[in-house]
Design a protein around this ligand. Structure first.
Ligand code: CA
Length: 232
């Protein structure tokens, strides 16, 4: 399939090159570029003869499955990645440049949509048609694709409070106001020890609570806390 498309893509590239013959730079509002970088060859990549980086960028732009491409003038080759993601494994290689579309529309709902080849790191996700927010995608532990968001920052460094031991910064007792023992501050952006609800809680900040993931009025169905040593 890849090979039978080659003549068509080559002609397209040549036409594109002619169309942009007076332009000597990629449109910076549409693309980002990075030097000395090539996309690693996979089943989602196709190498096409191409005479200019602009032609290569335009081929990517015209393919709804392409967010990334890489180009070598020395090899007159455009490598198109059609994984439908803006993340592909790359490696350093002189005379190659990486091209990335800035406003690619194929967006992840959560870390399950991040390809296996992508490293752990911060990605923007768009669950439930939201405007999106940054999460950390853990891609190595236990088969990867873990979505990690931070609702503990508000509680960082605070003492543990229970219904009979108020150590929070609220005039009342957070462990009573929001049932469940936790590292309350004033009071809560997360509470994994909160009351279990079978349906939507009666009011905000209740239940097994993790604000940055499901908002202020959603009780999770389960949670797992793990700890690891932080190396300085
Ligand atoms: Ca208090």
């Amino acid at each position: 399939m890849k090979f039978c498309c080659f003549p068509y893509l080559a002609v397209l590239c040549l036409i594109t090159t002619l169309n942009f013959s007076l332009v000597n730079a990629i449109d910076e509002e549409t693309f980002e570029t990075k030097g000395s970088t090539i996309i690693v060859q996979t089943e989602n990549t196709t190498d096409v003869y191409c005479q200019s980086i602009i032609g290569c960028a335009d081929m990517c732009l015209s393919d709804p499955q392409c967010c990334l491409a890489s180009y070598s003038k020395a090899a007159s080759t455009c490598r198109i990645d059609t994984s439908e993601r803006c993340c592909a494994e790359t490696e350093t290689l002189d005379e190659w440049s990486l091209i990335q579309r800035k406003s690619y529309q194929r967006i992840p709902i959560d870390c399950n949509d991040i390809p296996d080849t992508c490293p752990s790191g911060v990605y923007k996700v768009f669950p439930n048609q939201t405007e999106g927010f940054d999460v950390y995608c853990e891609m190595n532990i236990d088969e990867g694709h873990w979505t990690v968001s931070n609702s503990l920052e508000h509680h960082n460094g605070h003492r543990f409070s229970t219904k009979d031991s108020d150590n929070d910064n609220h005039p009342g007792n957070c462990a009573t106001l929001f049932p469940g023992a936790w590292w309350f501050d004033y009071c809560v952006t997360s509470d994994l020890n909160g009351q279990y609800f079978l349906k939507t809680p009666d009011s905000a900040h209740r239940g097994v609570y993790w604000r940055s993931w499901k908002g202020i009025n959603y009780s999770l169905k389960g949670s797992l806390m793990m700890m690891r040593r932080v190396l300085n």
